[in-house]
Every structure is written in C-alpha cells, then in structure tokens.
Design a protein around this ligand. Structure first.
Ligand code: XLS
Ligand code: NI
Ligand code: NI
Length: 447
C-alpha cells in the first residue's frame, strides 16, 4: 500500500480521547437500535473533492492545497507524465485513505477517475482499464462502490446543458456517457447510480423552451431505465436535486420538485433521491427538510452529507460539524429504518486547510459528528417523549371525523356541518419552545 498520508489507522478511543487522529464517537461495530453503527452510517469518500477537485482554487485565487501525489517524483518522471499512471496513483491514494479511515464505500464521476483522452472511444477505453484497476483494489480491500455518476457539466460541450441541450448531438453524447457509466457501475458492483442535473436548467427564458427541455430529460431517464432492464442491471437510480448553481434555475429544484417531475413522467418507481443538505439550504429550506420530505414519500435513498454556511449563500460543501443537524438527519433515517444508500461526504476542506492530514481531520470530525448525531437521535427515539407529543398534536385525526376524512369518505358538506356543530375551534399551543427544550436536554444533557 502507498503511504502518502502520515497517519495511522484510525481507531475508536472513546469520547475523552484527546487524539485528533482517533474516533471519539464512531465505533463501527457498536450496536445501536439493533444494528451496528457502520450499517446506520455507511460512510463514503468522494473522489472529486478529496482526490482531484480544484486544488483549493476559487474565482479569486489559484490552487493552494498541497497534494504530493499530484507531483512528479524525479525518479518516476516518465510514469507520472502518463495520465493513466497518474489516474492509478490517485486511486492508490484513495484506497490508502479509505483503509486508514476504515470507510468502506466510495463514489466517483467518470471523469474523476480516468483521463478523457481525445475522443469518446479513447475515454471509454481508459475507463475500461481504470475499471479493472478499481475492481482489483475493491477486491484487495473489501471497499465497495456506493455510487457512480457521469460528469455532464465540466466539458464546454455541456455549457447549454446535457439532457436538456437544444442540440440533439450533445444529448446523444451525454447518453453515451450514461450508458458507459451504467456498464462500469455494474462491473464494479456499485449499489447505486446518481444523476445530478449539472447544467439541466436555464439562465434566461428568452432562449429556453422549458417544457421541451424537461421532456428531453425524462426521455433520457426512460432510455436509461430501458437499458437497465434490458441488461438486468441492479444499481438503483438516484436523482439529486439542487435549486441553482451552475444555472440560475435548475429543473430539479428540491425534493418536492424532483418527486413531482418523476411522478409527472411516470418514473417514480424507478428512482429514489440522493439528498444533499447544502443544496437543500440553497433552496431556502433548513438542511434536514428535503431529507424529511423525501423520506415521507419513501423516496430517500442516499445522502450527500455536507452542509452549507449561513453567511455564504453558495454550495460551499462544508464538512458537517453540527450535532443538532446530524441528530435531526439521523432521526429521519432511524424512523425509516436505514438507508439503501449511505452517507457520502460530498464535502471539501477549506482552501486554507492545505495539508493532506486536514483530509483526515475533516472526515474523522464529520464521521464523529454523524456518530454522535446517531447516538442522540437513537436516545430520543427510545425516550419517545417528542414522538408522544407529536402524536398528541394530531390526536383529533384519529377520532371519527378525522378518520373519515383520511379514508377519503367525507364530503365538504359534512365538514361544514361538523364545523358548525363544534363552533369556534380553541387555540391549541404548538409548544415549539418546549419541543426545543426537550431536544436540547437530549443533545446537551449536562446543560
Ligand atoms: C454538485 C453535486 C455533485 C453531485 C454528483 O453540486 O453535489 O457533486 O453530487 O454529480
Ligand atoms: Ni452532491
Ligand atoms: Ni453539491
């Protein structure tokens, strides 16, 4: 194994550990609500932010991050000038990182892992070779592919969108990338395939036929479903909503919009959602909103666990470090009994965190933050006080009239009659502050 990180194997040392290269809360095999922690928390490291990415560059500044594996070693010059050799080296680094961290899943875009070459054929050829290499690494380490996806937004050909491009030629190019990724994910036994609508949206209505574009996007998904069925592939499809960035109006705005889209085009049964909290906050919701919304409709498949910044209004992809937030998210996951996907760190270290070891601090910190969130959410779940209060709040719906309405057997006239008979409704407190106090007692028991 390579040794690019000056880090040991990270182990659980308990909540009082002072060692930043240890877990304080994440104890992989400890049982929580009948399942080992690592099953509740199927963490995954993403290739793009962690291994390639912009190197810390932003619109105002060049790369800052020091990544020794990207540099040419004198005695190794020839090997590193070859883009395929560099691609393999990055994979080696990823697997070193995963193994030391004890994370069992990873995710990637096609262009993250293989050189794009000078043509589609060359790219496909490179991907096939890299696929063999990834498979070998998976077999050596037991690491699995959580999901793969195709990058349909970086190359200039996609500047006007991919599936929603006004030019059918570009659409077909995107189709080729999707098909190639479906084959590769199958070969790597990946459990999911993500579709994030990179530039599927628009900047101005003046040059946009939005109905046509949404129809085309649905046509692509239908073809992907047909290809999947024809080949007998099993990776589950996930749609990842985002309200804006890079385009002004992204079509998959948020969970509700994406679910309505899937429903409208008859695709609901073939997809679930991959929810990214930073996208949710960009949409103007609190970070757990889309997770709760998707879960409520049995559409929560996986989570891109990052977080936003309350001051910077952009997809800043911070590592989650807030226990109140992770407890809220894990509360939803507990209520639905787990995730078919996992918790993928679609997150990046700040450009000022220049050392490779910062990648460890970031991932360990967020894994611990999710583990603590899981512990807190499990305790609240077992205590059941908040659940009882919630049930109590909706109690009138289990009485005759409520039941009749829920069963779809009531008429508007009957409701009006009921209101007349009952007179003016009493004001019933929502008790928000009490709910918050009880949550805080659970989150911060010594306060
Ligand atoms: C970008 C998205 C992207 C997807 C995968 O904002 O989060 O990283 O997760 O294409
Ligand atoms: Ni994402
Ligand atoms: Ni994102």
């Amino acid at each position: 194994m390579t040794d690019f990180f000056n880090a040991p194997k990270i182990v659980y040392q308990g909540p009082h550990s002072q060692d930043p290269l240890s877990f304080r809360h994440y104890n992989a095999n400890e049982m929580i609500l009948g399942k080992p922690m690592k099953e509740w928390l199927k963490f995954s490291v993403c290739f793009w932010h962690t291994l390639v990415g912009g190197g810390g560059s932003d619109p105002f500044g060049d790369k800052t991050l020091q990544r020794p594996w990207e540099e040419e070693e004198e005695e190794d010059d020839a090997a590193l000038l070859d883009p395929l050799a560099l691609a393999k080296r990055r994979i080696d680094v990823l697997f070193e990182f995963l193994t030391k961290l004890g994370v069992e899943y990873y995710t990637f875009h096609d262009i993250d892992v293989a050189p794009t070459g000078n043509s589609l054929e060359e790219f496909q050829h490179n991907l096939a070779m890299i696929g063999d290499y990834l498979l070998e690494k998976q077999q050596q380490t037991g690491v699995q592919l959580l999901w793969g996806t195709q990058n349909l937004f970086t190359n200039p050909r996609y500047m006007n969108g991919a599936m929603t491009n006004p030019d059918v030629h570009v659409f077909c190019y995107a189709a080729a990338q999707i098909q190639t990724m479906m084959d590769l994910i199958h070969k790597l036994k990946g459990s999911h395939h993500v579709f994030w609508g990179g530039r599927e949206g628009y900047q101005t209505l003046l040059n946009t036929d939005l109905k046509k574009e949404c129809d085309h996007m649905a046509a692509m998904y239908r073809m992907a479903v047909a290809y999947k069925q024809k080949k007998g592939y099993t990776a589950k499809f996930l749609l990842e909503p985002k309200p804006r960035e890079p385009t002004k109006h992204q079509y998959d705005y948020d969970a509700q919009t994406a679910m309505a889209f899937l429903h409208e085009y008859g695709l609901s049964e073939h997809f679930q959602l991959n929810i990214e909290p930073n996208h949710t906050t960009l949409a103007g919701h609190s970070s757990e909103h889309d997770i709760a919304m998707a879960s409520a409709y049995n559409m929560l498949g996986s989570i891109d666990c990052n977080t936003g910044d309350p001051i910077l209004g952009w997809d800043v992809d911070l590592f989650p470090m807030n226990v109140q937030e992770t407890a809220a998210i894990m509360g939803v996951v507990i209520r639905q009994g787990g995730l078919s996907g996992g918790l993928n760190f679609d997150a990046k270290v700040r450009r000022e965190s220049v050392d490779p070891i910062d990648l460890f601090y970031a991932h360990i910190g967020s894994m611990d933050c999710y583990a603590l969130g899981l512990r807190k959410a499990a305790a609240m779940h077992e205590q059941g006080v908040l659940r009882q209060m919630l049930q109590q709040r909706y109690l009138t719906w289990s009485e005759d009239m409520g039941q009749k309405i829920e069963d779809g057997e009531a008429t508007l006239e009957e409701c009006a009659e009921y209101a007349k008979k009952k007179g003016e409704p009493a004001l019933i407190s929502g008790r928000q502050e009490l709910y918050e106090v009880i949550r805080n007692q659970n989150l911060y028991p010594t306060n």
